[in-house]
Design a protein around this ligand. Structure first.
Ligand code: NAP
Ligand code: MG
Length: 454
């Protein structure tokens, strides 16, 4: 049996020892989940709803404990971590309304009655990355359970602690054993097994585009359903007619939140040339004010990166000879810290401008006009998120229709609301999570015709 030592990104010291599942254990848990499906799908919609509401209520009760655990394991700021635990509660509450509203349709046909049913799929495999361990887990397991599926969930090796706790809380809420299973382990063992074990009927994967493509290929073998939430290189498009003060004040949070380890990070700032100087002046003030400090402090706006490896990866994008426009601060001493960094590349071929860095690094580049802004925003293999700043309503509508991305915000940098669909265009993903339609991703539509002629 192997184990993994969880390291605090703040102190670089070990904080927990986690037992990792091997192939046999993974198969055993998947078999348990398949068995539990037989009874979970038959729990009446009202009772399933009640259990999910109880689960949500307990996540709320344990909000502070879960948040502190995330600060310890992942170095998230305490403010963010409380929001993240709250998001799991909210998503559970939102989908607790689903079992009693999982409507099919009655479709007019000749010689009989035709009804569609939304049937659960069976065991759902949820594979979670390390950047938002709680919310990304919840976006998978809450709608999956609501629709009558059972779940096997693999947290990222680096960040298993809150997922394990959520599994215990589910049991305490009365969710029957075997229905929601958290399996810590390696992607190459546990994650890979979710793909190859035929009892798992669907994979919900969030993570890198490279691993996402590999999983999609693996799923083809069994025509296994798959939802993918992958990388991003989202544009923050600021027109000269915008509220430049507001856009500049919000721009650091839009990319440096969670130390830039966010698939929605607005890591390309496209600013109209006529407003460039004014924006940069205000943006510099905002970046230098951005509080990078011990994430357990209430005032912290950014903590360290998740690991030494991620720090090395980010540093590769900013070699010693890089021309840096300006930088924010970072604490001295232990921890995987990287100061918020602003680059002004000469052209759009620049590697830091094109690739997902997943760290607190942003590239700023000027555009001339609306067509130019749209062309530059779309010049990326990714298409997850983005912001558009303008006081011209017509322009905001035109640009938001033209940008190829799944989640845009106008005069705002907020990309995640559990009421609305979330997902990517192009290589940012496949399918949508959250919102009213997510249940479709966790059900099969069954059509039944009843002959009334006999
Ligand atoms: P990753 O390798 O894609 O990991 C995501 C999840 O997939 C983890 O749980 C991982 O397990 C698992 N996994 C890895 N290989 C697998 C396989 N062959 N089959 C099934 N599951 C597998 O991402 P990462 O290495 O943590 O991060 C690398 C880069 O990906 C980041 O720098 C960033 O650019 C991007 N990323 C994007 C997002 C996003 O939200 N879109 C999130 C995280 C990372 P292990 O933890 O055991 O490897
Ligand atoms: Mg990896």
């Amino acid at each position: 049996m192997s184990s993994y030592t969880v390291i605090s990104p703040v102190t670089e010291k070990s904080v927990a020892e986690i037992v990792m599942a091997d192939l046999q254990q993974t198969d055993a848990v998947i078999a348990t989940a398949a068995k539990a499906f037989e009874s979970w799908r038959k729990v009446t919609p009202g009772d399933r709803a009640k259990l999910l509401r109880k689960f949500a209520a307990l996540v709320d009760t344990y909000n502070e404990e879960l948040a502190q655990l995330e600060v310890l394991n992942s170095g998230h700021t305490i403010g963010n971590a409380r929001w993240e635990a709250g998001n799991v509660r909210d998503v559970l509450n939102y989908y607790s309304a689903a079992p009693e509203r999982l409507f099919g349709r009655q479709i007019p046909v000749p010689n009989g009655i035709d009804i569609t049913f939304k049937e659960p799929l069976g065991v759902i495999g949820v594979i979670v990355p390390w950047n938002f361990p709680m919310p990304i887990a919840g976006w998978g397991f809450a709608p999956a359970l609501a629709a009558g599926n059972t779940v096997v969930l693999k947290p990222a090796e680096l960040t298993p602690m809150t997922a394990i706790r959520l599994g215990e809380i589910a049991l305490e809420a009365g969710i029957p054993a075997g229905v929601f299973n958290v399996i810590p382990g390696k992607g190459s063992i546990v994650g890979e097994r979710f793909v190859t074990n035929p009892l798992v009927r669907k994979i919900v994967f969030t993570g890198s585009t490279t691993v996402g493509k590999h999983i999609m290929q693996g799923c083809a073998d069994q025509v296994k359903r798959v939802t993918l939430e992958l990388g991003g290189k989202s544009a923050n498009i600021i027109f000269a007619d915008a509220d430049i003060e507001k856009a500049a004040a919000g721009a650091p949070g839009a990319v440096f939140d969670n130390a830039g380890q966010d698939c929605c990070a607005r890591s390309r700032i496209l600013i109209q040339r006529s407003a460039y100087d004014k924006f940069m002046e205000l943006f510099e003030i905002a970046v230098k004010k951005f509080r990078v400090e011990d994430p357990s402090l209430d005032t912290a706006e950014m903590g360290p990166l998740i690991s030494a490896q991620q720090l090395a990866r980010v540093k590769e994008y900013v070699p010693a000879d890089t021309e840096i426009a300006f930088q924010g601060n970072k604490p001295a001493g232990d921890g995987y810290w990287f100061a918020p960094t602003v680059l002004t590349p000469k052209d759009t071929k620049d590697r830091a401008y094109r690739e997902e860095i997943f760290g607190p690094v942003v590239s700023v580049i000027a555009f001339e006009d609306e067509d130019d802004a749209i062309r530059m925003a779309n010049d990326s293999e990714y298409g997850l998120s983005g912001s558009i700043w303008s006081r011209d309503i017509g322009r905001a509508v035109r640009v938001s229709r033209a940008v190829e991305a799944g989640n845009l915000s106008v005069n705002s940098n907020s990309s995640v609301r559990y009421w609305t669909p979330f997902g990517g265009y192009k290589q940012s993903g496949l399918g949508r999570e959250l919102g009213p339609d997510a249940l479709d991703a966790f059900t099969e539509t069954k059509n039944v015709f009843f002959d009334t002629q006999a």
